[in-house]
Design a protein around this ligand. Structure first.
Ligand SMILES: [Zn+2]
Length: 473
């Protein structure tokens, strides 16, 4: 009898454990199985490493990439993405937008083997990830203008940096050039050669890196002063003697010149460090941080599957003298070129920040069905109120009219700000701005690394020549 009780007890235990296990398994299948399948070791991935790009065209129908059948060295017919064979400049200038050898970015890096709609549908019945458009061969149509990209590459003229131009009303990126760049049809032999001859070329600097802003940051300090209604901001005068004394500190915030008596507008025109250092200290770190965050610092919105690098500002526990340097764009502050370009667009649009993109459409290569169509979208990564935007727009227009001069941007009704950020013994030479012409709604960012010249000398001509090439046809 004792044995029967014992066996019954064990049997009940086994049944309970079995039922418990089944309930657990059922729960896991319903709730978590998509995660098991998503695991890299899972055999249930439907996505295969095949090439889904049939062709890529620029905004004017210029073919940038095309899948062609070629005969390889062993006499086998293979399919390969071929770039324009006759135009090395075109291939080099579009390297970062298209991706290429060593670069898992751009169209080839981000749109190959990944569905257009990156949300995978998990099918609970067959345990597979199913994606309707997954294996469609596609033709991509970009917003980039290959000729403008070529002009920008030529304008950089061997210098390292970034040129970006976008339509601030629609979001279309016309130009996105990052240097150094190599010819993807004739790439460096190995990683060592890549590092030596083309440092940082695996990054699209426009989207993926950040830089010391220098005086283009004065736009943020100005926005903060406007938003916080600093008393008499527009009527008070300042006396720049070339070096701002900060109570309690021996060192000073050094100005680039002795500007004498200036008002707020004139101080931004001539980029007076004395005034903007003083304004930053008056505003204090909390207000400056809050404005910087509203204008896009710490945000990483996506541009066609690339999350842009976050712009950063560090103000916690900061001393007054250091805060003065932050106010003029030095210290540890870093900005992303695409974020600055989008901010320019938001100012031009009187507050509305339109998100940049460069993939306009993707069509099925079989029947030309439109599989993807870009939409004009605003981003809340940049929050600029209309009143502040209008005031900033007037100030940036005044910079060009009263300081850089319209002669340097013929016919563009340009608004903007230069920056000459000190990095070691050299400069990041910046220009950020936009044309306020209704029929030419373009914002621009130019940044030249390790320049021996100022933003005004080095970056303005690049910005102007690239924009003029767009007007010229
Ligand atoms: Zn000054």
């Amino acid at each position: 009898m004792h044995n029967v009780v014992k066996r019954t007890f064990i049997l009940i235990l086994v049944v309970v454990a079995y039922l418990g296990g089944m309930i657990f398994l059922g729960y896991e299948i319903v709730n978590n199985s998509s995660e098991w399948v998503m695991h890299q070791s899972s055999p249930y991935w439907v996505t295969e490493p095949v090439n889904y790009i049939n062709s890529v065209y620029d905004a004017n129908g210029v073919c940038l990439l095309k899948l062609e059948t070629i005969t390889d060295e062993d006499g086998n017919e293979i399919q390969k993405l071929i770039r324009n064979e006759d135009d090395e400049l075109l291939r080099t200038a579009t390297l970062h937008a298209l991706g290429g050898p060593y670069l898992e970015i751009g169209i080839t890096g981000k749109f190959t083997g990944v569905p257009l709609d990156p949300e995978y549908e998990y099918d609970i019945l067959n345990g597979l990830h199913v994606q309707a458009q997954d294996n469609e061969s596609k033709d991509f149509y970009l917003t980039l203008d290959a000729d403008v990209c070529k002009t920008a590459y030529e304008q950089l003229n061997g210098r390292n940096g970034v040129v970006g131009v976008y339509n601030y009303k629609t979001g279309e990126i016309v130009c996105m050039v990052s240097t150094p760049a190599f010819d993807p049809s004739n790439p460096p032999a190995d990683n060592a050669a890549l590092e030596k001859d083309y440092p940082e070329s695996t990054y699209n600097k426009m989207l993926m890196l950040t830089y010391t802003p220098g005086s283009i940051f004065k736009i943020v300090t100005a926005a903060c002063a406007i938003e916080n209604n600093l008393p008499n901001l527009y009527t008070r005068t300042f006396d720049c003697d070339g070096a701002l004394e900060v109570p309690g500190f021996d060192s000073k915030v050094i100005c680039n010149s002795v500007h004498g008596r200036v008002n707020f507008e004139r101080a931004l025109n001539c980029s007076c460090n004395w005034v903007f250092g003083k304004l930053a200290i008056e505003l204090g770190p909390e207000k400056l941080q809050a404005t910087a965050e509203r204008l896009g610092f710490g945000e990483a919105f996506e541009v066609d599957r690339h999350a842009i690098a976050k712009s950063t500002i560090e103000l916690e526990g900061i001393s007054d003298i250091t805060l003065g340097w932050v106010g003029i764009g030095q210290h540890t502050t870093r900005v992303n070129p695409c974020m600055m370009m989008t901010l320019m667009g938001a100012i031009a649009n009187e507050g509305q920040a339109v998100k940049p993109y460069y993939v306009e459409e993707a069509h099925s290569a079989y029947d030309d069905t439109v599989l993807y169509q870009a939409q004009t979208e605003t981003t809340d990564a940049i929050q600029l109120n209309t009143d502040t935007a209008i005031k900033l727009k007037k100030l940036l227009r005044s910079n060009v009219q009263n300081y850089y001069t319209d002669d340097r941007f013929p016919g563009l009704e340009m608004c903007g700000k230069t920056g000459t950020a000190e990095v070691g013994d050299t400069n990041n030479a910046w220009f950020v701005g936009f044309s306020q012409r209704e029929d030419f709604p373009y914002a621009v960012v130019v940044m030249i690394e390790k320049s021996s010249e100022s933003g005004s000398m080095a970056a303005i001509p690049v910005a102007n020549n690239v924009l003029q090439s767009m007007i010229g046809g």
